[in-house]
Design a protein around this ligand. Structure first.
Ligand code: COA
Length: 162
């Protein structure tokens, strides 16, 4: 893969279905979560500034191989939430997730942001995500066991960018 045939940029309306497919096939998200991504994308296209949810696509030769969703934290001048990250199953382990994370960090820095906050689950299916966050320099800042349901806790990762 070379830089010339790979591009990360704001998600386009014609990529919505591909993003929902990547989400549905990810193996960790249920129907309600896939529906939530659709709703967030709808809000993003209605008014990206107002929705507070920004989507980035990772494309290779015209195909969407992954995406990220992030936005400013309410009532914070310098804090941003990293809401969603997903790499197509066939593209995993090749740096797509890391590239998306780095792109989001650059976007946050460009807006004078300082902190990125990520909330995820402490269950096994999310182990690759937790590993990715740690490899990208995020600190495990909080663990609330059984937060989502019995046996499914909340882990919060944070990174100070500057
Ligand atoms: C988490 C996820 C986005 C990783 O995407 P990816 O494109 O495969 O990740 P990368 O290839 O960029 O890997 C980056 C780092 O993460 C680590 N990593 C990624 N997948 C891993 C796995 N299955 N096991 C162990 N480490 C893993 C690697 O160590 C790598 O670090 P290194 O290059 O320093 O070794 C992907 O597995 C995914 O989409 N999972 C399902 C959705 C999800 O859990 N999203 C996050 C919560 S919203």
């Amino acid at each position: 893969m070379t830089d010339s045939d790979t591009a990360i940029g704001p998600t386009r309306p014609d990529e919505v279905e591909a993003i929902l497919e990547v989400t549905a096939q990810a193996g960790v998200f249920d129907e309600k979560e896939v529906y939530t991504v659709r709703e967030l994308l709808d809000g993003y296209y209605d008014d990206p500034g107002k929705s507070g949810y920004n989507f980035l696509s990772y494309r290779e030769e015209g195909r969407v191989l992954g995406y990220a969703c992030w936005g400013p934290r309410d009532l914070s001048g310098h804090g941003y939430d990293f809401y969603w990250l997903c790499t197509a199953i066939e593209a995993r382990g090749k740096g797509v997730g890391r590239a998306l994370m780095q792109h989001v960090e650059a976007e946050v820095l460009a807006r004078n942001g300082i902190w990125i906050v990520i909330e995820t689950s402490d269950t096994d299916p999310y182990a690759p995500a937790r590993r990715l966050y740690e490899r990208c320099g995020y600190q495990k800042s909080m663990l609330l066991p059984d937060f989502y349901r019995e046996g499914d806790g909340l882990v919060t990762y944070t990174k100070r960018l500057r």
